[in-house]
Design a protein around this ligand. Structure first.
Ligand SMILES: [Zn+2]
Length: 111
């Protein structure tokens, strides 16, 4: 089963938010009613870097690839891309969510 990611949607204008916000920036007056929705955990690499000197919480993972992933509806989030060969990773490469643990999303390359 495809993994999904929870996002917020303004109930007035349908703009989606990730991460969550307190007020809708798209509505002219202050509006704070949101519904929760799920979007597909598939997207593409918008940008990436290889982390070789991590914070102490992730020291066992280094080196690892950290990327901005663009999901549907233009939503973006930061996640780790699990791969063996960083030299094969490219901008716009498709990825899919494989796990979400402790607010860290991990993606795998779609071949
Ligand atoms: Zn709105």
């Amino acid at each position: 089963m495809e993994k999904k990611i929870k996002v917020l949607k303004c109930v007035r204008c349908d703009k989606h938010y990730l991460p969550p916000v307190n007020t809708c920036s798209n509505c002219e007056e202050i509006f704070r009613e949101f519904s929760e929705e799920e979007v597909e955990g598939t997207g593409k690499i918008y940008s990436f870097t290889v982390v070789r000197v991590p914070s102490k919480h992730y020291k066992d993972l280094a080196p690892y690839l950290l990327a901005i992933i663009e999901l549907e509806k233009g939503l973006r989030l930061i996640g780790r891309v699990i791969c063996d060969d960083f030299s094969k990773v490219q901008i716009d490469q498709p990825v899919r969510l494989v796990s979400s643990k402790d607010r860290m999303h991990s993606f795998a390359l779609i071949k």
